[in-house]
Design a protein around this ligand. Structure first.
Ligand code: ATP
Ligand SMILES: Nc1nc2c(ncn2[C@@H]2O[C@H](COP(=O)(O)O)[C@@H](O)[C@H]2O)c(=O)[nH]1
Length: 238
């Protein structure tokens, strides 16, 4: 820690009292022109996969990130699942018919697709490409089997596993959400048990604690920030 005296004398930052223009003029007088190019290129856009069992809070987390103005493109996936009350076409999902989904598969428009709890779900390839081309980070919200597929296609993506603190907490969240009848809810819990065993396939795990959504968002942002400071950037090729 420098003493007060050294801060006042020798260590005071030079530029505080002089304009950049003035300093550049001084350099010019010395016949020295520093390179104006930035030392580093801007960090590469990232693909961030947010996965984990049904009901852990993937959607709630992403929505909160959007509310807080975290910059990223959320990929709206396509599904044959019937729309739930309050869900918006083009915002939560692209709700399509079975025939439309089959056509998307046939035309090669989906980066990944799977049957999730009896309905088709898939990631529109073009959306991911366009967002990355515009320099935006891309967030994919998918189930654990989908994350495994994406790891094969985009090995340099960041894989974040979101979990609740316990199975009990997960069940309570799903029950409170009231979106599934009891038999379907049981299937989601049974699937969650299997999915928890695949934690090892992920790069990061974040516990979405009860009532602590902002803490979850903070952790995810911290992961992304750290990734942007990597010396060897993750390069995404699609
Ligand atoms: N940290 C939290 N504390 C309390 N409740 C939460 C928390 N995070 C999410 N929830 C609630 O839990 C329920 C499930 O959350 P959400 O729908 O986001 O889960 P999900 O992982 O996206 O589920 P699915 O995979 O089925 O789409 C919602 O009612 C949500 O408001
Ligand atoms: N493999 C994929 N999983 C997806 C995709 N879009 C959403 N999901 C996941 O499905 C489950 C169930 O979602 P719900 O809205 O019916 O509750 C959940 O884990 C989603 O993240 C996708 O394109 N591919």
């Amino acid at each position: 820690m420098p003493s007060k005296q050294s801060q006042q004398k020798g260590c005071a930052p030079v530029r505080r009292n002089m304009s950049k223009e003035h300093l550049l003029q001084e350099l010019e007088a010395l016949d020295f022109a520093p390179d104006r190019e930035p030392y580093l290129p801007p960090p590469s856009p990232l693909v961030i996969v947010i996965s984990g069992p049904s009901g852990v809070g993937k959607d709630a987390t992403i929505k909160r990130m959007q509310e807080l103005g975290v910059p990223f493109h959320f990929v709206v996936t396509a599904t044959t699942r019937p729309r739930r009350p309050g869900e918006v076409h083009g915002k939560d999902y692209f709700f399509v018919s079975l025939e439309e989904f089959a056509e998307m598969i046939e035309k090669g428009e989906l980066l990944e697709y799977a049957v999730v709890y009896g309905d088709y779900k898939g990631i529109p390839k073009q959306q991911v490409r366009e967002a990355l081309a515009s320099g935006k980070d891309v967030v994919l919200r998918i189930d654990v089997q989908g994350a495994a597929t994406i790891r094969k296609i985009i090995p340099n993506a960041i894989f974040i596993f979101l979990t609740a603190e316990s199975e009990e907490e997960l069940v309570l969240r799903l029950m409170e959400r009231k979106t599934e009848p009891p038999d379907k809810l049981k299937l989601r819990i049974a699937t969650a048990r299997q999915e928890m065993k695949r934690l090892d396939e992920f790069d990061y795990v974040v516990v979405n604690r009860d009532g602590a959504l902002d803490e979850t968002v903070h952790r995810i942002c911290a992961i992304v920030e750290a990734e942007k400071c990597r010396v060897r950037q993750r390069v995404i090729e699609l």
